[in-house]
Design a protein around this ligand. Structure first.
Ligand code: AP5
Ligand code: MG
Length: 214
């Protein structure tokens, strides 16, 4: 099961990825998570990525492609994978296709999660993430049982550095400019399905599970 989650910032890619991983047992590969882990660890890669992420711009293609294909070459991806936030440009999609083709594989499902701009902004600015396990909540939509505390592990919930109004707004613009053309790219390939991401998270997941099957 080789799956790509496509959708603007705040569409619910990470939220749905957690549910998909639980049901289907595929490894979740989020390039955003990989960069944030590197920033936290203070690596050279983290330092390079951070300057782009803080502005809500895309990290340069060459860097992202290398990291994503390295990760996809790992043993646990042999039976399938769930890509979240990669590819994000047509160049990245082409490189991904080339990489998979060289292994006799291809993308089977592209799930395009659609949400309107106002909802995206409210979701991004209200998001809180766990400092320790990375679980994601929302102050209004998906509140933790105890304010500021992770339901899963009890650690502190914080706001992502790029979830302020200005950066979030730029991320949506960058998505419209650089990533939206991928919808066309995958429509030509014939493996994309649109998912209404404006519904409650359980309903969005039901539509996804319908597509992915048992
Ligand atoms: P990345 O981490 O991928 O961020 P993103 O694409 O901007 O997406 P988000 O993680 O913000 O949103 P999401 O769709 O996962 O939503 P979530 O489920 O959390 O990338 C960050 C940065 O890294 C980029 O800007 C770029 O700089 C760099 N980068 C990463 N990949 C790259 C690449 N391939 N190329 C170049 N640069 C790259 O949900 C959001 C909120 O809404 C949460 O609070 C959640 O609780 C809530 N919510 C979720 N679902 C629902 C629902 N159904 N109803 C109500 N609320 C909901
Ligand atoms: Mg995410």
């Amino acid at each position: 099961m080789n799956v790509v989650l496509l959708g603007p910032p705040g569409a619910g890619k990470g939220t749905q990825a957690a549910r998909i991983v639980e049901k289907y047992g595929v490894p979740h590969i989020s390039t955003g998570d990989i960069f944030r882990a590197n920033i936290k660890a203070g690596t050279e890669l983290g330092k390079r990525a951070q300057e782009y992420m803080n502005r809500g711009e895309l990290v340069p293609d060459e860097l992202v492609v290398e990291i994503a294909t390295d990760r996809l070459a790992a043993d646990d991806c042999k039976e399938g994978f769930l890509l979240d936030g990669f590819p994000r440009t047509v160049f990245q999609a082409e490189k991904l296709d080339e990489f998979l083709a060289s292994k006799g594989r291809k993308i089977e499902h592209v799930l395009n999660i659609e949400v309107g701009r106002d909802d995206l902004m409210a979701r991004l600015t209200g998001r809180r993430v766990c400092k320790s396990c990375g679980a994601s909540f929302h102050v209004v939509n998906i509140p933790p049982k105890q304010e500021g505390i992770c339901d899963n592990c009890g650690a502190e919930l914080v706001q992502r550095a790029d979830d302020n109004e200005e950066t979030a707004s730029n991320r949506i613009e960058v998505y419209n400019r650089e990533t939206k053309p991928l919808i066309d790219y995958y429509e030509k390939a014939g493996n994309i399905v649109n998912i209404d991401g404006g519904k409650a998270a359980e309903d969005v997941f039901a539509a996804i599970a319908d597509r992915l099957g048992e």
